[in-house]
Design a binder for this molecule. Structure first.
Ligand SMILES: *Cc1c(COP(=O)(O)O)cnc(C)c1O
Length: 436
């Protein structure tokens, strides 16, 4: 039975009871205030869905009737992927075998797919290579940034500090700490709001998240990058929670180095390879701490001495993970003809509407949004602090609303504009209200 049928039968039942006790006939059953609110918000959701220019993209994904608000952790499966993986495995590997390195474009996949991601993050071609995990790319970027700054124990600039977002996704902090030790720098964890005061003559590099993974707060990439440059340091941005959800503008804002994963808003699949952006004018001096044979100018020369490849290619390391990389390439086809500006507009409309529905449905004081209400400070997720958040999320999932729980008390809901609709948003908030 659908929800609307349940509601209709409830109304019918109360009418029967009313007539049994002799209430005059033809009385319109009075709706409770909360029911009026539900129908208003449902009507609003329908209107927003029918005006949504991205709505037809949902058909390009494999989804069911659950509300999937976890695309900021693992994006849904694009329909183009299974067939491509089948072809890569059966024909390219199974039949062409080693010829596929040339004939199927395996060898050049890291830079080709990097160029496919580039427009989504505001980068011209030739600056992004795909491969390895985000963690590994954070390492390449942070050590590379210190070296570009002439900092650390080996450098002559006297810059011996790396600043890192103190609230960062843990892996970035762990890697930055190791990068600091290796380069002879001190790691200073600072809250993003305090980066400006912490910058100085000793700063070599700053590693920041564009959007905070827990709160969904969007940091001001243009002004922070400008301030970091003003201090003579390099800016390394982690785009895991922004790429594919909002415009980034790497070239426009002069970002030095950037990294990001591809399995969140880019829907590349579990463990799909990450990417590294090295700004054009840094490339000739970018000195990767992980120079592998794939970073070499002549990989098949097999020489004992190392000559780095030109351009962003030197950010590659070893043999690319072809199966997941080509799954990612198929997944990126969804973005053909999609404007990231339209994606951002829908993302903000989705999170606005979610907050409005939560306000209407959830008992006062039961949750508190830790996501900024200002659009300029909001990514594509809403994080709600809530007592017993772990148990609440378990029940949400049981009722077909998939978000996730982050320690200690945060319910996290990610809104992927390519496949989440306004009806999903209304339903998620309503189920949350019922649980609380
Ligand atoms: C998701 C995420 C990662 C993931 O790192 P992997 O090495 O790909 O597992 C790293 N940093 C941030 C900020 C993230 O959100």
């Amino acid at each position: 039975m659908s929800e609307s049928e349940v509601r209709a039968s409830e109304v019918g039942a109360s009418e029967v009871r009313a007539s049994e006790v002799g209430v005059p006939e033809l009385r319109v059953p009075e709706l409770r205030e909360s029911e009026v609110r539900v129908s208003e918000l449902r009507v609003k959701a329908e209107k927003l869905d029918s005006a949504d220019e991205l709505a037809q993209l949902r058909a390009q994904f494999v989804l069911d009737d659950t509300v999937y608000l976890d695309g900021n952790s693992l994006g849904a499966l694009p329909r183009s992927v299974p067939g491509r993986v089948e072809d890569v495995v059966r024909r390219q590997w199974g039949s062409l075998r080693i010829r596929s390195w040339d004939e199927s474009g395996w060898w050049t996949a890291p830079e080709r797919i990097g160029d496919r991601i580039a427009p989504l993050v505001g980068a011209a071609a030739g600056q992004i290579v795909v491969g390895d995990s985000t963690s590994v790319n954070v390492f390449k970027a942070v050590v590379g940034a210190v070296r570009l700054a002439g900092g650390g124990r080996e450098g002559a600039s006297g810059r011996d500090e790396i600043l890192v977002d103190a609230t960062t996704f843990p892996t970035d902090g762990y890697i930055a700490a190791s990068a600091a030790r290796l380069t002879g720098c001190t790691l200073r964890p600072v809250a993003p709001g305090e980066v400006l005061e912490a910058l100085g003559e000793r700063t070599a590099a700053v590693l920041l998240n564009h959007v905070d993974y827990r709160t969904g707060r969007l940091h001001d990439l243009p002004s922070l990058t400008a301030a970091i440059h003003q201090a003579g340091a390099l800016a390394v941005w982690d785009l895991c929670h922004s790429a594919g959800a909002l415009p980034v503008g790497l070239d426009e804002h002069g970002v030095d180095l950037a990294v990001g994963c591809t399995y969140k808003y880019l829907n590349g699949g579990p463990g799909s390879p990450a990417y590294l952006y090295v700004r054009q004018d840094h490339q000739s001096r970018f000195d990767s701490p992980l120079p592998g044979w794939n970073s070499h100018a002549d990989p098949f020369g097999m020489t004992p001495d190392f000559t780095p490849a030109p351009g962003a290619l030197r950010g590659r390391v070893g043999t690319p993970d072809i199966l997941s990389m080509l799954a990612l390439e198929a997944a990126l086809e969804v973005w053909d003809d999609v404007s990231i500006t339209a994606v951002r507009a829908k993302s903000l409309a989705l999170t606005d509407f979610f907050l409005e529905c939560v306000e209407a449905y959830v008992p006062q004081g039961a949750v508190e949004s830790v996501t900024p209400s200002a659009h300029a400070e909001r990514g594509s997720q809403v994080a709600l602090r809530c007592d017993g958040a772990g148990e609440v999320m378990r029940r949400l999932i049981e009722h077909g609303v998939i978000g996730d729980f982050r320690e200690p008390d945060v319910l996290r809901f990610g809104f992927t504009p390519l496949y989440v609709g306004f009806g999903d948003v209304e339903r998620a908030a309503r189920v949350l209200g019922e649980i609380l």
